[in-house]
Design a protein around this ligand. Sequence first.
Ligand code: ADP
Length: 226
Amino acid sequence: MISFDRVSKIYPDESVALDNVSFSIEPGEFVSIVGPSGAGKTTLLKLFLAEEKPTEGDIFFNDTNIHKLGKKSINDFRRRVGMVFQDFRLLPGKTVYENIAFTMEAAGRTDEEIEQDVPHVLDLVDLSSKIWNFPKELSGGEKQRVAIARALVNEPDVIIADEPTGNLDPVNTYDVVQILKKINDLGTIVILTTHNKGIIDSLGKRVIAMDKGRIVRDDKSGKYYI
Ligand code: ADP
């Protein structure tokens, strides 16, 4: 479970990015975080990943207070979270296989595990045929599916997809959302930030709406309105 308990973040220049925010996310939930630019979404994700420290309040992952962890434990914790970004962030000089293998090597996985698991995650995102291609040979939607496979390969507890469809056309957007749903159905928490109203409405899952550093709505209606 993820829990934010009365969390505020005030940056050194006195910008109030989060103002007394509390919520929790249960195992297996799919949560979309919406809100206008400047609402505090990125700050919220950065605090969860311990890239920034809260000014006030605590953030827990299961029973662990993330901001009380030492450096090594923070790295271990981050490996339990898979990240997917709008701009894919694939390594251009590596093949699809190598991009995913690289993440597994960094996590200390064996060659045998890598040879076994890379084809498996590519199958999950329906991209087995592109295993030896380079990113520049893939469409935007295919690149994002590789990025999702890479985020999944170390079997994280949580996937954070930060505007994952921002660079995709409607067909590829649909595919990426379907894959995120499938991952969630297999038991992984998915946290999605998006400006795409259509996605939120079609998902019908929990929506946390933010504005000016506060949660202005948190419900399961699955509708995008603020
Ligand atoms: P969103 O992701 O919803 O656009 P952010 O979390 O990026 O929102 O920003 C929330 C507020 O915090 C904004 O007013 C922004 O200008 C401010 N902010 C974000 N990052 C920093 C920073 N590193 N230093 C100062 N202010 C920041």
